[in-house]
Design a protein. Structure first.
Length: 238
């Protein structure tokens, strides 16, 4: 009886610890999102303003230069290209930290923007299959789906060696399901008796999904690719 009670106490303590850990992880992820929103705003409104100022200053400088001098025109063109490139980088980083298009245009449009930008920057072809019968979801659910997609695509680029990836978003019973698949090298299976190694990114994806009452899984076959799957309760916005 003592052994049974002791075992029950251990299980209770472990569950309490796991619950507290999930709560802490959820709090940290929420703080991370809030900080990302803050940094994105400061980046866009702060540094972005300086870049706009540089563009205006360059226009004024052109009035003091010889328009017939090819060297002057070359320098002006180079400065203009650099300013445009800097402005584009600021927009991209700001949107990745906190995608404002999702609040205005919805999850489907934002995932399309993410896939196009990722494909352009990383050279990986992305196919999209986004169901049209999902509608607007709770803000936290939409943000979690975006973040899981973002992290999963980054993992494709960093680890898979695949030149393609597929993103699917669809309904399945009372859930909305996200799948991100590649045809790369897959995850190395753990040796007998060992515990699978999960990166911080994978742990973060799992915490986001399970924190909203969803289910997260990764299916991988060595040499054939990997599929990240997140199923979240289908709760539409009122």
């Amino acid at each position: 009886m003592i052994g049974t009670l002791s075992s029950g106490e251990d299980i209770t303590e472990r569950k309490q610890f796991e619950s507290a850990l999930r709560h802490l992880s959820g709090t940290l992820l929420h703080a991370q999102d809030e900080e990302g929103h803050k940094v994105a705003t400061e980046l866009h409104d702060g540094v972005g303003t300086y870049v706009s100022g540089l563009s205006l200053a360059l226009r004024k400088m052109r009035t003091f230069l010889d328009e017939n001098n090819p060297e002057h025109q070359k320098v002006v063109a180079e400065c203009r290209d650099l300013i445009h490139a800097a402005a584009g980088e600021i927009r991209s980083i700001s949107y990745l930290l906190h995608p404002p298009t999702m609040e205005e245009m919805g999850l489907r449009s934002t995932l399309g923007w993410l896939a196009r930008g990722f494909s352009s920057r990383r050279g990986i072809t992305i196919s999209l299959q986004l169901a049209t019968d999902i509608g607007r979801l709770e803000a936290e659910t939409e943000l979690s789906i975006f973040r899981v997609t973002q992290e999963a695509l980054d993992n494709v680029y960093r680890h898979s060696g695949s030149s393609t990836a597929a993103v699917r978003l669809f309904r399945e019973s009372a859930t909305v399901v996200l799948e991100v698949a590649d045809q790369g090298r897959g995850m190395k299976p753990p040796s007998v008796g060992s515990v699978p190694e999960f990166t911080v990114g994978i742990s973060g994806m799992r915490e986001r999904v399970e924190g909203l009452g969803g289910k997260f899984s990764i299916e991988s076959v060595s040499g054939e690719g990997c599929t990240v799957r997140a199923a979240l309760p289908l709760a539409n916005r009122p």
